[in-house]
Design a protein around this ligand. Sequence first.
Ligand SMILES: [Zn+2]
Length: 308
Amino acid sequence: MLRHIVCAGLTALVLAVLPAPAAGQAPPLDGAVAVTTGSLRHDSPAFQEEAALDWHCLQAAYPRLRRMEADGQGRLWLHLADGQRVLYAAGQPAPPPRHPHGPEWDVDVRSSMRQLYVPDPERPPTPAGQSPGRRRSYALLQALYGSTARETASRVRRVSFFRQTLLLEESAARALQRVEARLAPLVAARPALRRYLKQSGGFVWRAIAGEQRLSPHAFGIALDLSPRLAPYWRWSALRPHPLQASYPTEIVTAFEAEGFIWGGKWHEYDIMHFEYRPELLCKSRLLLRRQQEAGATPASGPAPSPRP
Ligand SMILES: [Zn+2]
């Protein structure tokens, strides 16, 4: 189902960069990428490689994205099926945030995907600045899920999670059902896991606690589990919190396998928080696999950034 490929060179690069996806991972490219790079300021091979990888994972995660296209002024945009467009990159990526909150956490899509989210069983240290996935493109969230309470509410539905009911956006709800299917036999074998699985809220139109920005809960893509056990960074003086290391890997692994990131991997930790960001898991798996195939040690320290 293509469309047109303006830059055949980039497509060839994509195919060269990406290994064949395994079952359950990102689907192969279907030729639906249309990218014009001639006028892009950052048209180096490294940028093109990064953009191609991001595009592959974005399209796999969000089928409503149809193409990535430059505008002739050095900006690269994501175009949605309904005609909306969202900024992927304009010039240099956003610098790392200097404060734990504020406008620096709302970035373009490229910047939102630059810090590698390392899946379990790895639990990289979380010094200041290490919060993969906590920077978000609000333009993308709004384009995908709505920009008002009414719009986002129209996209959520009830979903059951271990006999508890919550509201989530449709694709996140389906993913949560798959998480439960993965977890159910593990919980049956180890009932002590149940205490970590008390749901405490999915969709709700609200800002992030202590901040102005909307919470991912406002888009219906996040849920909180057992907040009495699993704290939020503002509630504790501990940096890091010991539960960031000891939280059951069975739970984190099940969520990550279905496209949810875990807030326990952030410096500003949110240990109760799971957020549906399948593009980040897609990207990290492909990069880590490529690293392993090249004979490098899997990331265990601060996550590497793709080259600028
Ligand atoms: Zn949350």
